[in-house]
Design a protein around this ligand. Sequence first.
Ligand code: CDP
Length: 218
Amino acid sequence: MDTVIIAIDGQASTGKSTQAKKLAENLRYDYRDSGAYYRAITLYLLDNDIKFDLNISDKILDKINIKQTYQEGQFSIYLNDDDVTDKIRGHKVSINVSNYAKKPEIRKFVFNQLRKSSESNSLVVDGRDIGTVVFPYADFKFFLVAEPKIRAERRHKQINDDSVKVDIIEEEIKQRDKTDSTREIAPLKKAVDAFKIDVSTLTIDEVFNKILQKIKSD
Ligand code: CDP
């Protein structure tokens, strides 16, 4: 059976995973959150006090077993059998993940996991380099962008914690965009054949309809 791959890349907090999950449900495809792999690996390495400026050997990576599931609209991620779905969204992981995601050995690990998932399933995958590096021959590619201020406000609402200030979130988002787009390996950039959507002034449903329309019209 031929499998179909849909890549949804873009800047931090543009709603990539929301769109990817909706799409996977609509088309009855499986879903993979590539950022969640980077986050789970970061969590493991931080917990084990392994700094990002060290070489992460195969011996260490072999101890990391990650599983993602998407069932009945519910995404879960397991790190060595522990459910870390909520834990990987914490502040400590968020401010460290881009430093670990720069590392070639970690990118290779995630690349292999995603490629393996695609062998038997049609997939919607969201991330930064899905349409450029992981699946350059994806059947459909989307690239989401938005104003940093708007992204920070949306993330602030999602976090629902008044002790975290919007300005701080905006700075973090800008910093993450910078680290992601200037790194040497697999930088965040639009694939030439990706369909770009500025989601700054659009609702979730409006973005979703644009994506669906594009898929149906091609
Ligand atoms: O949800 P959000 O856009 O904030 O981030 P995420 O998708 O959870 O990804 C977290 C981080 O992982 C990103 O800021 C990147 O540093 C890294 N990442 C990456 O390098 N390549 C990917 N394909 C996905 C995520």
